[in-house]
Design a binder for this molecule. Structure first.
Ligand code: FMN
Length: 467
């Protein structure tokens, strides 16, 4: 039988009016408000027409302090994808939700419901909420450490998995004549008792089409990778070079292997923010126009947040930086891997603060480029065939214009190389990402979750029920 050609997985990351921090001011950006469902429906239908795997919405639980010069105030992602599920047919719908400020029973219920509403097309981007300011919105005096956030996330996801598995696929009988709605032994309590959560269960939503949402994660630090290797079906990641993307890719697949997971069952999608033009000059002009519209205070606010509130405003804008100008990433409890990437970038290129802010203005530390469709396609194929990616998190600098250019000009080149689908074949998002169905346990006692790296055992619930 002819081996299946490995194909690219492509997700559209919808963020404001585009990923460049000044996109909201650019003439090619949508005129619509960030609270206008029509804007997101238009993009979702464009992504579906382009046969992308999925679209994705980020979420932060605090308003950044740069509202005067940055487009802020977007819709809550789970609510938004519920609306988009009704007006789309195939596109995957990935929403972000936090494990640091929420309860597993509520979130498991919401995602199971969204999976039913969408016919098995939802994904959950699991975040621990690196933004320190979020704590004050949940009655906390300070942010938990990164390690504490991941430990809570580990248990949170284990409980959610157990709850999604608390209904057998055939539990609902709906036998009107016989008067039996569901078979009692098909729905089981999880009786979970752990350091962070006590959850009796079962869930009060029947098993969803996928069994559970596609689990996505986007932390690249040591703790982040271990968490991803254990739980994630797909991983979003930010790299400023192919070299660091390749190292990350290899390490993550290896760590997943240590949990008994085949490499193809963890899909790695680096971010790519490409300005596309019919010539390279035209493409560069788009980035120059955007950089000219950017206000330095926005970049400084973002940098401050990534480093957990460290203030950089004392540094002269046009003086070459050294790593001593930046906090030690190991001490950063906010976005550690991003801090690591920025410090490595400063060490390698010694930019001025203005140049660093400009390089981050495009896509916050994800790979940014300007070029012709051929140049963009060549780069994508080089990373894909070079062990750096299973696909990409597409981050157009301006929306919808730069996504239209990508769909109309880059995708045909990838299809001509047989590297991207012509038509949708699979029903569910998990299948779309090439993942096997969630194992169906005979009764929701199921196969246990992979053991935790630190050996911590939750009492009965998770160990007996997680799948
Ligand atoms: C593509 C992408 C999307 C992300 N979306 C969110 C988000 O919506 N909300 C959030 O709090 N963090 C988000 N993050 C941040 C990660 O969840 C994580 O906190 C960050 O990468 C730091 O991880 P680390 O602590 O393992 O280094 C995103 C990261 C990436 C790469």
């Amino acid at each position: 039988m002819q081996a299946m050609t490995r194909k690219l997985h492509l997700n559209l990351f919808i963020n404001g009016r585009g990923h460049h921090e000044a996109a909201w001011r650019h003439p090619a950006a949508t005129p619509r408000a960030l609270t206008d469902l029509a804007y997101y429906r238009e993009l979702a239908l464009k992504a579906e027409a382009a046969k992308l795997d999925s679209i994705f919405f980020a979420d932060h639980l605090a308003l950044a302090d740069d509202l005067d010069h940055a487009a802020r105030g977007e819709l809550e992602p789970l609510t938004l994808i519920a609306a988009l599920a009704a007006s789309t047919r195939h596109i995957g719908l990935i929403a972000t939700a936090s494990t640091s400020y929420g309860e597993p029973f509520n979130l498991a219920r919401q995602f199971a419901s969204l999976d039913h509403l969408s016919g098995g097309r939802v994904g959950w981007n699991i975040v621990t909420s690196w933004m320190a300011a979020a704590a004050a919105n949940f009655g906390r005096t300070g942010q938990d450490t990164q390690a504490e956030r991941y430990a809570r996330a580990d248990e949170f996801v284990a409980v959610a998995r157990a709850l999604w598995n608390s209904w057998a696929p055939d539990a609902v009988r709906d036998d009107r004549a016989g008067g039996i709605y569901a078979r009692r032994d098909g729905v089981r309590a999880i009786a979970h008792h752990g350091p962070h959560f006590d959850v009796e269960g079962p869930l009060n939503v029947p098993r969803s089409p996928q069994g559970r949402p596609l689990l996505v994660q986007a932390g690249s630090s040591e703790d982040g990778r271990r968490f991803a290797a254990r739980h994630a079906d797909a991983v979003f990641t930010a790299h400023l070079s192919k070299q660091s993307a390749t190292a990350f890719y290899g390490d993550l697949k290896k760590q997943a292997g240590a949990f008994g997971r085949p490499p193809e069952q963890i899909v790695v999608l680096p971010g790519l923010s490409a300005a596309i033009g019919s010539t390279e000059t035209e493409a560069r002009r788009v980035l120059e126009e955007l950089n000219a519209l950017a206000h330095p205070s926005v970049g400084l606010e973002r940098l401050k947040n990534r480093f957990g509130g460290h203030d950089f405003s004392h540094l002269p804008l046009d003086h070459p930086l050294t790593v001593d100008d930046l906090p030690d990433p190991k001490a950063v409890e906010a976005s550690r891997s991003r801090a690591e990437a920025i410090v490595a970038h400063v060490a390698a290129t010694r930019p001025t603060l203005r140049q660093l802010l400009a390089s981050l203005a495009g896509a916050r530390g994800h790979f940014t480029m300007a070029g012709t469709p051929e140049q963009i396609a060549d780069l994508m194929i080089d990373w894909f065939e070079g062990g750096a990616a299973d696909g990409f998190n597409i981050m157009p600098p301006v929306l919808p214009d730069q996504f239209d250019r990508f769909a109309d000009n880059v995708l045909p080149l990838l299809r001509r190389r047989g590297l991207f689908r012509e038509e949708y074949e699979e029903e569910t998002l998990r299948a779309r990402y090439g993942l096997p169905p969630v194992p169906i346990s005979p009764s929701p006692s199921g196969s246990p979750c992979p053991p935790r790296a630190d050996g911590v055992q939750f009492s009965r619930g998770e160990a007996a029920v997680g799948a």
